[in-house]
Write a protein that binds this ligand. Sequence first.
Ligand code: ATP
Ligand code: MG
Length: 254
Amino acid sequence: MTPNGLHLQPVGALRATSLRKSFKTGRTKVEVLKGVDFDARHGEVTMVMGPSGSGKSTLVAALSGLLRPDEGDVVALGEPLWSKPSGKIDKFRLDHCGFIFQGFNLFPALTALRQITTVLKYQGVRNDEARARAEQALDEVGMKPKMNQRPSELSGGEKQRVAIARALAKQPKLLFADEPTSALDGENGQIVIRLLQRAAKAHDAAVICVTHDPRLEAYADRVIHIEDGRILDDRRRLAPAHEAHERRLQGAEV
Ligand SMILES: Nc1ncnc2c1ncn2[C@@H]1O[C@H](COP(=O)(O)OP(=O)(O)OP(=O)(O)O)[C@@H](O)[C@H]1O
Ligand SMILES: [Mg+2]
């Protein structure tokens, strides 16, 4: 945002060109990404949709420095990602990327609060600030009352919300979410997608969100469909449908 509150034009955060990735199982080689070009911008939620097995998680892994593509490269925040040494790729992820994954990737021994403070401290955030940011993020996902509970004492949806709070507390410039609402009911799913949108709008993050859930499409700035390792279409929404809906409601109240 500019000082007078205006949003800057979205600018490129992530650009991938000609990504290819194959997996070998036994003698068979399966081509999962078949030359994918992709870009995502700061301040936008880009949704990636497509059938199971179409390559969505593989794409996210290649975009975020988790899985090296066979061909192609990714420029992330202006830096070529895959030509860095692996230690620098790890550091890039730690400094700039947030992840919300299909599995929750929570540490079994840590309370909800410490899931978050541990990561922030590792990033170099001071103790008191780490605690304040963690509590605020847990509050945003409605998990502050359970901040002292461990994953084994939380439901699937609650674990998902802790994982989301952990990603948001980092205030990353690149936020990757893979089916972030899969363990949640409709209402909590909406809360989560609004939080992802806030990360994009308030912190200027580029949010890349994989989903099967057609209800979430309304919250996207852009929707990309992938099928069989190829981008089928790439649609930009002029204004996310829910904003138009909310404007209509506000208009009706005046
Ligand atoms: N490590 C691996 N080894 C072998 N094959 C793999 C590996 N990872 C993924 N695949 C295969 O690649 C294809 C794409 O997988 P991917 O996880 O990217 O799909 P997806 O679109 O995320 O599906 P879903 O919606 O079910 O999560 C699948 O057919 C899968 O079996
Ligand atoms: Mg997947």
